[in-house]
Design a protein around this ligand. Structure first.
Ligand code: PA5
Length: 403
């Protein structure tokens, strides 16, 4: 992994800035303590405990061998981590080329969406993984009801039991009550881990393993990120300094559309963790080169409120020669990336570049843990709690009262 926080950043951070900006590196490191509240995600040895990983792998094998369609019901942190890794490490058009087909549902309240989904899946063999830490999230509860109606029509009680897996809190909530009542297979969302930090728990690991990705390698990569704290510290400091200079929007930019879900995961991680108390940098995403033809104009010449972080994949899995330019497509993509970064820089947009040599389990594990560490540290530097989401709770409360 390569982190370039200098080439396109240095002209925006002066020596004076660095003198004024004060942080104690030891205090930052001490903040990353797995025994502190909501820091369970930092305890990778516990998360990748051999017996849990074996259980996840065995369940994933069972799912792969017993259904055509695997439904993952979850929203926010209960689905974005799995979606990110599955999309990044699998071929494009996953459901056309791999079995079982995987659908992430429970993320909207559209009647048409559920109607059309049920039309597609109703005659296929289905296994369902419902994921909700609280067990009370509206979108997921509704998806659960709709899918259970279908499952009850299709399967007798005994068979249904083999086709439902619930990932939820160890004791609390409606879903845990159902597990206790009906004896469904279940996994635990640890109490000391919030949704957006849960990709390396069964929340993320079970769906990821179903798509045949090696979750052990993912864990290996995540552990590597925890061993080198300089880069996440630097990135957290840069974000905080840039916010103080009025760079209050950060564009996460990718040139490999498979990383689209990663940008969604990043938007959630940073917005929900740090957008509070009237503070925070708004994360947005660019899937290039597509968005150069829309947001690109604003980035180049609009309000000077932007900071950009490009996540670059150096080697593609496949490549092809484009005769007109006598260059491969990935070379052209790379030229487009560097040209755009230069142009944006000239338009007063500071740029970070994070490069993955290739898209594989180890690098994805590293990348996700790097961002979680850095985000938590960023919260500490800003003086906000990166592990709560009182604003989200507000909307949930008001909607439930109205219903
Ligand atoms: O990061 C978070 O905590 C949230 O985005 C939650 O993951 C999301 O609201 C879903 O909550 P739950 O898993 O309780 O259904």
């Amino acid at each position: 992994m390569e982190f370039d926080f200098e080439t396109y950043m240095q002209e925006f951070i002066s020596k004076e800035d660095l003198n004024v900006y004060n942080y104690d590196i030891n205090q930052l490191k001490a903040y990353l303590n797995k025994d502190k509240p909501m820091m369970g995600w930092y305890d990778l040895d516990t998360l990748f405990d051999e017996s849990l990983i074996k259980e996840i792998e065995q369940t994933a094998d069972y799912i792969r061998n017993n259904c055509d369609v695997f439904l993952v019901l979850g929203i926010g942190g209960s689905y974005l981590g799995a979606l990110t890794v599955i999309e990044a490490l699998n071929p494009y058009f996953y459901n056309q080329v791999k079995k079982p087909e995987i659908y992430f549902i429970g993320t909207n309240l559209s009647a048409d969406y559920y109607h059309d989904l049920i039309e597609i899946i109703k005659d296929k063999e289905i296994i369902v993984n419902v994921i909700s830490k609280s067990g009370t999230t509206l979108e997921v509860s509704i998806a659960y009801q709709l899918i259970m109606n279908l499952m009850k029509e299709k399967y007798a009680e005994n068979e249904l039991k083999k086709r439902l897996i619930i990932t939820t809190d160890v004791v609390k909530g409606k879903l845990r009550e159902e597990v206790n009542k009906y004896g469904y297979k279940s996994f635990i969302v640890p109490d000391n881990i919030g949704g957006r930090y849960s990709v390396f728990t069964p929340v993320g690991l079970l769906p990821i393993a179903v798509s045949n990705i090696n979750i052990r390698q993912l864990g290996f990569g995540a552990k590597q990120a925890s061993l080198n704290l300089n880069n996440p510290i630097k990135y957290a400091v840069i974000r905080d300094m840039m916010a103080k200079k009025g760079k209050l929007v950060e564009a996460y930019t990718v040139y490999e559309p498979k990383l689209y879900a990663l940008t969604e995961w990043l938007k959630q991680l940073y917005a929900e963790s740090l957008g509070k108390e009237g503070k925070g940098t708004l994360p947005i995403s660019l899937i290039n080169t597509r968005d150069l033809h829309s947001l690109g104009q604003f980035i180049q010449q609009g309000s000077k409120i932007l900071l950009e972080t490009v996540i670059n994949v150096k080697e593609p899995q496949n490549d092809t020669l484009i005769g007109t330019y006598n260059k491969t497509l990935s070379q052209i993509n790379n030229i487009a990336m560097h040209a755009t970064i230069k142009a944006h820089n000239q338009g007063q947009v500071p740029n970070n570049i994070i490069s993955l040599p290739i898209l594989n389990e180890v690098n994805m594990g590293y990348l996700l843990q790097f961002f979680m560490i850095s985000c938590a540290l960023n919260g500490y530097l800003m003086g906000v709690n990166p592990f709560d989401q009182p604003g989200v709770e507000d909307y949930k409360r008001i909607i439930n009262e109205t219903l």
